[in-house]
Ligand binder design. Structure first.
Ligand code: BGC
Length: 363
């Protein structure tokens, strides 16, 4: 009799734990009551875009009732690994990681998986592991295409104008995005290079030669200084510079200014960028940089918050690309947001009217 009673009790307990087959809807108050920690690991707070990404994500996740552990790693790989280890120890449920170096997180992401934690790669893909569940980013190839098309249009290349002199810059070689940006831009520019309508006087065109480690402004400035000395000191005209992002563009502008560009005789070349960081929008307003690609980080954050919610409710997250992002181990299901270009004529509409910046911030 005793044994029967205890068996019945065990069955009752098991059924109640299983929720008796009922689907359990997770309301905001439910979430608050549970451990619903989300770890958000960002590369650095020193670049405006990542600072904004982190803040947007934290506030949007908290508004949904989640607890957020947001960490920045000062662009140091070991710091980022330690931060993620801490998040795992604190038993977070989901990890959102913008990697510093996408190939360095294999072990720590494995530990996350072993602890039942879902992993979302944020903006930058985590490489060489099958333990990353989702990837949320902007269409990185398209970012490069937008930059290439901007150059094509401004120079009138489609109309047969040219030849023009161009120099190329690439992003950090440890960031998977950097080659996507470059390939996207080259898909537009290479035919003109092949036809001789775009000429690279320095002859530096391989990704490894033109890449700037850690997206560092000072390193970009240094490479531009060297190019000016080696190739442009004797009056050769520089018409255009492909810069993959704004942190490089800032360094390039500083170098050009030091070398006396920005006068009627020696105007600033056409210069691309990406991120719409404040100093760069001001450089666009002041005709030092020509354009930037806007990636509305509010939208990316909203998408990732939706992914987190779906995951925590035991559902699959929405994706719109299951082909592009092979991380060397698996193709990671991805959601790609749409980037748009910004220049002097449309920055008010896209950045100020949308509330991304206040007009006063750009003075
Ligand atoms: C991001 C860019 C950013 C760059 C440097 C890339 O992974 O996609 O938006 O400019 O990193 O931080």
């Amino acid at each position: 009799m005793k044994r029967l009673l205890s068996t019945m009790l065990a069955v009752i307990l098991m059924l109640s734990l299983m929720g008796c087959g009922e689907t359990r809807s997770t309301s905001t108050s439910d979430l608050k009551a549970e451990n619903n920690l989300v770890g958000v690991a960002m590369p650095t707070q020193s670049l405006q875009r990542w600072d904004g990404d982190g803040r947007n994500m934290k506030s949007q996740l908290e508004a949904k009732g989640y607890t957020v552990d947001l960490q920045y790693a000062n662009n140091d790989v070991n710091t980022q690994i330690q931060e993620i280890e801490n998040m795992i120890t604190k038993k977070c449920k989901v990890l959102v990681v913008a990697a510093i170096d996408g190939a360095t997180l294999t072990n720590v992401i494995k530990t996350a998986k072993e602890n039942g934690i879902k992993v979302i790669a944020y903006d930058r893909l985590i490489m060489q592991t099958s333990n990353v569940d989702y990837y949320a980013t902007f269409d990185n190839f398209k970012v490069g295409v937008i930059q290439g098309k901007y150059i094509e249009t401004k120079l009138g290349l489609k109309e047969g104008k040219g030849p023009f002199n161009i120099e190329l810059f690439g992003g950090s070689p440890d960031d998977n995005n950097a080659t996507f940006f470059f390939k996207g831009a080259m898909s537009i520019l290479k035919p003109y290079i092949d036809k001789g309508k775009l000429v690279i006087p320095s002859k530096q065109k391989n990704f490894t030669t033109i890449a700037i480690q850690s997206w560092d402004s000072a390193k970009a400035q240094g490479r531009m200084d060297n190019l000016i000395t080696s190739t442009y000191s004797k009056g050769t005209k520089l018409n255009v510079i492909l810069s993959p992002n704004d942190s490089l563009a800032i360094g390039i502008v500083a170098s050009l200014k030091n070398a006396g560009y920005g006068t009627a005789d020696k105007p600033f070349p056409i210069l691309t960028g990406q991120d719409c960081d404040k100093p760069n929008i001001m450089a666009i307003i002041n005709d030092k940089q020509s354009m930037s690609v806007f990636k509305d980080t509010r939208k990316l954050a909203t998408k990732v918050v939706e992914m987190v919610s779906s995951i925590l409710q035991g559902e699959k997250a929405e994706v719109n690309d299951t082909k592009t992002y092979n991380n060397g181990s698996v193709i990671v299901p991805s959601y790609l947001c749409d980037p748009v270009y910004v220049e002097k004529t449309n920055y008010k509409k896209i950045l100020v009217d949308s509330g991304y910046y206040k007009a006063a911030e750009l003075k």
